[in-house]
Design a protein around this ligand. Structure first.
Ligand SMILES: Cc1ncc(COP(=O)(O)O)c(C=O)c1O
Length: 423
């Protein structure tokens, strides 16, 4: 689509026009008097350590997801690690994971001495492709970790069916899926357990923090023990019956999380409403490929809005598209994911890291230089991310965001030919 720049008043901002989104986006994290009151209460009480706030938050968050038990811990990474231990993953086991995720999904497996096996993702959900998972199952496979990327849930019915067919355990990495539901059933409750992150970019945060939810009392008890220096139910204070660590959340963090949780449902609703407006507008733009509409999802957290850019149809490279959107005032990015197996930790796994600590994967017969998940690699080249705080804006700002994308689409030819600085 070519448009003469002299004949239009809506010149792209990067070519000297007015930015479509001049107003500041909602900042993140958010807090109000509720956090302040709760924090001061903890401060003044002197009860700073694992106590009533932590316990209340565990109960409320587990109930919010629809699980019986919640066990908090230091972050989403340690939540995956303790979950894998609790479901019985041991050294040498294989665990199938998607490569389109944050490193912890796979590094937690390695931390246990187990072997991450990468299965590709679906081009429309960016979650595990169950057909590819089936191809990656071997006699050594113990577990599958679906990741609900940006809150869009993996096909849990098929993953669970495959897992039970092969006697595998499912741990959901629901680090982005606070409030997400498939068929009315919360993320984290489809597998044996599910883990969440409360790191500062997340839709509910205490700066850091994590939780594992489960309906299985044994898993919950094991995880509690792992977080609590190996103490078990009813053990004496200096009886450490299991190998544990100290992964406890503080009362300060739990106080903040309780306040954050109280507004989560409203925020999820707002993000969903704004994402629906955005998605509807994107449908009319050739070259923009929306993710699956996820009709089975009854609620979706939208940790970010993601869509894919087909450069040849759209007429502009992703790089220039993002630069043009940034100039319009839209904090779009290419996302920070690359296929996990392309990270140094996996590319050098066969030889062991240079820092002298024996690599858990060395001598295990892996060579991640041979791994390729073509869909994930393509998605890493064409995905566009818009962060969750943008989706908390007023509708008028979302209309501006839509106008910004439409403007860039309309002037794709002009932008392609313009000499923009390469990033
Ligand atoms: C998908 C996914 N899993 C796990 C984690 C790890 O969570 P944390 O940063 O709280 O350790 C993250 C964090 O960004 C994540 O995005």
């Amino acid at each position: 689509m070519s448009e003469s720049l002299s004949s239009t008043s809506d010149r792209p901002a990067i070519l000297g026009g007015q930015a479509a989104c001049p107003d500041a986006w909602p900042t993140w994290p958010v807090h109000d008097d509720d956090e302040e009151t709760r924090l001061l209460k903890v401060l003044r009480s002197g009860e700073w350590w694992f106590g009533e706030n932590v316990q209340q938050f565990e109960q409320e968050f587990a109930a919010f997801q629809g699980a019986k038990y919640g066990v908090t811990c230091t972050n989403g990474t340690t939540a995956i690690e303790m979950g894998l231990r609790a479901i019985g993953v041991v050294e040498g086991d294989e665990v199938v994971v998607p490569p389109y995720s944050f490193i912890s999904t796979a590094s937690a497996v390695v931390t246990l001495g187990a072997i991450p096996v990468f299965a590709d993702i679906r081009p429309d959900t960016l979650c595990l492709d169950v057909d590819d998972v089936a191809k990656k199952i071997t006699p050594r496979t113990k577990a599958i970790i679906p990741v609900h990327i940006a809150g869009l849930m993996a096909d849990m019915e098929r993953i669970n069916a495959l897992a039970s067919e092969h006697g595998l355990v499912v741990l959901e990495d629901a680090a982005h899926a606070w409030g997400s539901q498939l068929q009315g059933r919360g993320a984290g409750t489809w597998g044996a357990c599910g883990t969440f992150s409360f790191q500062v970019s997340k839709n509910i945060t205490a700066g850091e923090g994590g939780i594992l939810v489960t309906d299985d009392e044994e898993i919950a008890d094991l995880c509690r023990s792992f977080t609590h220096c190996g103490r078990t139910k009813d053990s004496q204070w200096y009886d450490h019956n299991l190998l544990g660590s100290n992964l406890r959340l503080t009362e300060f963090q739990a106080a903040i999380l309780l306040a954050q949780l109280s507004r989560l449902e409203n925020q999820v609703g707002r993000r969903e409403k704004n994402a629906a407006l955005l998605n509807e507008a994107l449908a009319a733009i050739p070259g923009i490929r929306r993710l699956a509409s996820a009709s089975q999802m009854t609620r979706r957290s939208y940790h970010m809005a993601i869509f894919r850019l087909e450069e040849s149809t759209f007429g502009l490279s992703r790089d220039k598209f993002i630069q043009a959107l940034n100039a319009e005032g839209v904090p779009a990015s290419e996302g920070w994911y690359r296929p996990l197996y392309q990270n140094g930790v996996f590319q050098t796994a066969h030889e062991g890291p240079a820092h002298g600590i024996r690599a858990p994967l060395a001598d295990k017969g892996v060579d991640y230089r041979q791994v390729s998940c073509p869909v994930c690699e393509q998605v890493c080249r064409d995905a566009v991310w818009i962060p969750q705080n943008v989706l908390l804006a007023e509708e008028a700002q979302i209309e501006n965001l839509i106008r910004a994308i439409q403007k860039v689409a309309k002037h794709a030819d002009n932008l392609r030919d313009a000499n923009l600085p390469s990033t």
